[in-house]
Design a protein around this ligand. Structure first.
Ligand code: AMP
Ligand code: MG
Length: 404
């Protein structure tokens, strides 16, 4: 029996650590055009082959000068015009160059005077203020130095990352293949939206929730639809999922009721590992594998499915696709409420955090409710055994960072 299977509840951090210990990167490396690479994960570090910017350039529209020339005189002749994109000639001593934002500084110039600070007459310009060497010049390499590491292996590529990689001239990146995630919704009560509801049925919301999350993360989704609550249907769907996907996520059917077949099916086809995590909502959650395909089994209640996905499954998905594990961003906020009742588990409340950093919980915290997640912007942690006083410091996890 592994530690994780012993009775008793484990803190979230320990559960994540143990889950990640069993998780490996399971996808191959491929080359991807930079324009297609948003959401992909770098397989190799990227080192800059060029300086950004490549040369000293002007931060202003104005005049490039040698500051020392203006100690003798306040008027200089304009000897050349340098627009962005043009290679400048060296600055003739004792002259100024008309220059525009982003244009390269000519050799011999060491300052740019903005056009608002001169008086022009014909080809002469009079400088009305003191000029400091270096002013209004963006130095070569001030953004990124040639030879420096721009991004490490395992970095997920955001639009900002793509822009930065473009700035160092990269047209292609070495990335991991997209992780294919099978989603299997168990429940004989589930119906696809668009179909009429018969008595006893509900719409399958978890599938759409998870599909959206997987797509936003830049992973591929293999939709295995709804699976009836029988052992044979569950086993057939898991077998297919293990064949077609790199990672399996199931929802529902993972409790201990007569209608719950996920655990038994995993046990008969592969290995089951249970993480009894000390979080609310967070029950029931299981992990395991079918052959070499890792699996996370989430609760059926949509609110719990989302929270266990974010806190437990997502770190495993990230590591499986070669991404560097990361600690969720916890922001210090203040409670906009009080609570005298205590909880035996660490509770993640769905809350709205206002611009002053005051969090208010959604009135109904039922784990069956999904809409509460639409009207809140994150989770606030109430540690096990603690009451809450108005104004008390709490940790807040914005959904915007938890789910991306
Ligand atoms: P279970 O974990 O299978 O016992 O399901 C717990 C609750 O979540 C039940 O009320 C189910 O009807 C509901 N549920 C399970 N799967 C889904 C789903 N895919 N979409 C919406 N609700 C679900
Ligand atoms: Mg069920």
């Amino acid at each position: 029996m592994t530690d994780a299977m012993k009775p008793g509840l484990m803190p979230l951090e320990q559960a994540i650590e143990e889950l990640l210990e069993r998780t490996r990167c399971i996808v191959d490396v491929e080359t991807c055009a930079l324009a297609e690479a948003v959401g992909r994960v770098l397989a190799e570090p990227v080192t800059a082959q060029v300086n950004v910017p490549p040369a000293d350039n002007s931060a202003m529209d104005g005049y490039a000068v040698r500051a020392a020339d203006l100690e003798q005189t306040d008027t200089l002749r304009v000897s050349q015009r340098i627009a962005a994109g043009k290679a400048p000639d060296a600055l003739q001593p004792g002259t100024a160059a008309r220059i525009f934002t982003g244009a390269e500084i000519p050799a011999g110039a060491d300052a740019v005077v903005m056009q608002e600070q001169i008086e022009a007459e014909g080809d002469q310009v009079r400088f009305t203020r003191e000029v400091q060497p270096g002013q209004n010049i963006r130095l070569a390499g001030q953004d990124i130095k040639r030879g420096s590491e721009v991004l490490p292996a395992g970095a997920a590529l955001s639009p900002v990352a793509l822009g930065v990689l473009a700035s160092v001239g990269l047209a292609e990146v070495s990335v991991y293949r997209r992780l294919r995630v099978a989603i299997l919704s168990t429940g004989s009560e589930l119906v696809q939206p668009g179909q009429p509801l018969a008595p006893g049925q509900i719409y399958n919301s978890n599938l759409y929730l998870l599909k959206g999350l997987i797509a936003e993360l830049g992973m591929e989704c293999v939709d295995l639809g709804a699976v009836a609550d029988t052992r044979s249907a569950t086993e057939a769907a898991l077998t297919r999922a293990a064949d077609e996907a790199d990672f399996i996520i199931t929802t529902g059917g993972v409790s201990v009721g007569e209608e719950d077949h996920v655990k038994a099916a995993i046990e008969s086809l592969g290995q089951l590992e249970l993480w009894k995590v000390n979080i609310k909502p967070g029950k029931p959650f299981a992990a395991g594998r079918i052959g070499n395909t890792p699996l996370c089994a989430l609760p059926g209640n949509p609110g719990s499915a989302l929270i266990t996905f974010a806190l437990l499954a997502l770190p495993c998905l990230r590591k499986s696709r070669g991404e560097q594990p990361r600690v969720p961003l916890a922001l210090p906020v203040k409670a906009g409420f009080s609570r005298i009742r205590t909880q035996s588990r660490d509770e993640y409340l769905r809350v709205e955090c206002d611009p002053q950093g005051i969090v208010t919980p959604y009135a109904n915290q039922s784990s069956g409710m999904l809409s509460s997640l639409l009207y809140t912007n994150g989770l606030a942690l109430i540690p096990a055994g603690e009451t809450v006083e108005q104004g008390q410091p709490l940790s807040y996890y914005p959904f915007s960072s938890l789910l991306r």
